[in-house]
Design a protein around this ligand. Structure first.
Ligand SMILES: Cc1cc2nc3c(=O)[nH]c(=O)nc-3n(C[C@H](O)[C@H](O)[C@H](O)COP(=O)(O)OP(=O)(O)OC[C@H]3O[C@@H](n4cnc5c(N)ncnc54)[C@H](O)[C@@H]3O)c2cc1C
Ligand code: FES
Length: 279
C-alpha cells in the first residue's frame, strides 16, 4: 500500500517532522517502536522512530535528521506525495511503569525519539525530568512539547548559545550530585552521548535504558545487520530492542559497526555532507 505524506515540516535547518497516513500502524503502535520506510521500489529501507500518532486520523509522525541520501530525498517530499512502503510497528515497546522519578535525556535528533517515551512515562505517573541538548540553539527541537509533559526541563548546548554551556551528561551529573533521587534514566542520542550518560549513572547504580541505532536492513531478525553486544551476548536490535540496559552495551562495537559503510554512504550522497563520523 502506498502511504500518503500529510505534512513534511522543517523543525530546524537539519531536522524535519513528517506526518504519514498509516492507519494500521497508528492504531497499534506503542512508545519506543519504529517503522521501516521506503521512498520508492528501489530505494533504501530506513528505520525511523514513531514519535506520535493519531488513531482517529490514521496518521503517525516521524522526526528525522537529514544525514544522507535517503533522508535528503525524504526532506524533498511534499504533502500529497506517496511513500512506497511504511512497515511497522517494529521493535519491542518501551517498558512503561511508575518507577518514581525518571530522567529522560535526549541529544540532537534523539530528542524526537525520547519524546514518546517521556510522554508515556509521564502518563504512567512518574515524576519526569527531561534534559535535552544540541550542538547549538538553532538545531534544538521540541523544547515546548517537552516542557508541556515534564515536571522539569533542563537544556544544554555544546557552544553555550542556549541553556547550560556543555553537555546533557553534565546536567545529569549535577542533578545526581545535588541529591536528586533518580529511579531510572533513559538516554537517547549519539553513541558518545549515550556512553557518557551510562558512565555517569553506573557508580550510582541507577538503571539506565538506551535506544540503539545500528544499521538495519530487513528489521525482522533474519539478516543480522543490526547485531549489537549486550552483556557479552549478541542481540538483534530490531527484534530484541531497540532499547537495552545501557550498562551492558558494548558501545565501542556499535560505533565501529555504524561506520562500516561510511565510504559507500558518502558516494551515495555526494552533494550531502556525510555525518557518519559524528555518531
Ligand atoms: C531503530 C532505529 C530508529 C531510528 N530512529 C531515527 C529517528 O527517529 N530519526 C532519525 O533521524 N534517525 C533515526 N534513525 C537513524 C536513521 O535510520 C538513519 O539516519 C538513516 O537510515 C540514514 O539514511 P540516509 O540514507 O539518509 O543516510 P546514509 O548516508 O545512508 O547513512 C548515514 C548514517 O545513517 C546510519 N544509517 C544508514 N543506513 C541505515 C539503516 N538502514 N539503518 C540504520 N541506520 C542507518 C548510519 O549511521 C550511517 O552512517 C534510527 C535508526 C534505528 C536503527
Ligand atoms: S535488521 Fe536484520 S536482523 Fe535486525
Amino acid at each position: 500500500m502506498l502511504n500518503e505524506v500529510i505534512e513534511n515540516t522543517k523543525l530546524s535547518d537539519i531536522v524535519v517532522r513528517m506526518v504519514i497516513e498509516a492507519p494500521d500502524i497508528a492504531d497499534t503502535r506503542k512508545a519506543g517502536q519504529f517503522v521501516v520506510l521506503m521512498i520508492d521500489e528501489k530505494g533504501e529501507r530506513i528505520p525511523l522512530t514513531i514519535v506520535d500518532s493519531d488513531a482517529a486520523k490514521g496518521t503517525l509522525a516521524i522526526i528525522y535528521q537529514v544525514v544522507g541520501k535517503t533522508t535528503a530525498q525524504l526532506a524533498e517530499m511534499r504533502a500529497g506525495d506517496r511513500l512506497f512502503s511504511v512497515l511497522g510497528p517494529l521493535g519491542r515497546p518501551t517498558e512503561i511503569e511508575n518507577f518514581g522519578t525518571v530522567v529522560s535525556v535526549g541529544g540532537g535528533v534523539g530528542i524526537g525519539v525520547a519524546y514518546p517515551i517521556t510522554k508515556a512515562l509521564k502518563e504512567a505517573g512518574n515524576k519526569v525530568i527531561s534534559i535535552i541538548g544540541a550542538r547549538t540553539k538553532n538545531i534544538l527541537i521540541l523544547e515546548e512539547e517537552l516542557k508541556a509533559i515534564s515536571d522539569k526541563l533542563l537544556i544544554s548546548t555544546d557552544d553555550g548559545s542556549y541553556g547550560h554551556h556543555g553537555f546533557v551528561s553534565d546536567i545529569l551529573q549535577n542533578l545526581i550530585t545535588s541529591g536528586e533521587k533518580i529511579d531510572r534514566v533513559y538516554a537517547i542520542g549519539p553513541v558518545p552521548m549515550m556512553r557518557v550518560v551510562c558512565e555517569v549513572t553506573r557508580p550510582h547504580k541507577i538503571p539506565t535504558v538506551v535506544s540503539l541505532n545500528p544499521i538495519m536492513v530487513d528489521a525482522t531478525g533474519m539478516c543480522g545487520a543490526c547485531r549489537v553486544a549486550v552483556g557479552g551476548k549478541t542481540q538483534f536490535a530490531c527484534v530484541d530492542g531497540p532499547e537495552f540496559d545501557g550498562h551492558e552495551v558494548d558501545f565501542a562495537l556499535l560505533a565501529t559497526r555504524l561506520r562500516m559503510y561510511c565510504d559507500q554512504e558518502k558516494q551515495a550522497t555526494e552533494s550531502t555532507r556525510c555525518t557518519c563520523h559524528e555518531r
